[in-house]
Design a protein around this ligand. Structure first.
Ligand code: SF4
Ligand code: SF4
Length: 74
């Protein structure tokens, strides 16, 4: 049977660096960037992409809807 793995895509240009998604992830996937976007905010990215299950917690908590969550068959 195919295994299901998650992946997310952050709209980095719209991210305001609030960090809520990072703390919401139960699998320690996300971190904030060192660089800033064009508005001067840090943005979240997948530090540990292999840990992502596609649980969608990060996508639900983002106040600006910046995170799309995908489930992939691997
Ligand atoms: S979908 Fe779930 S496991 Fe994946 S980054 Fe978001 S909160 Fe973490
Ligand atoms: S919750 Fe949304 S706005 Fe806040 S850091 Fe994460 S992606 Fe950016």
């Amino acid at each position: 049977m195919a295994k299901i793995k998650g992946a997310i895509v952050v709209d980095t240009a719209r991210c305001k660096g609030c960090d809520i998604c990072v703390t919401s992830c139960p699998f320690d996937v996300l971190r904030m960037s060192r660089e800033v976007n064009e508005k001067g905010y840090t943005y979240s990215y997948m530090l540990n992409p292999d840990n992502c299950t596609g649980c969608a917690s990060c996508g639900l908590v983002c106040p600006d809807g910046c995170i799309k969550v995908y489930k992939l068959k691997v």
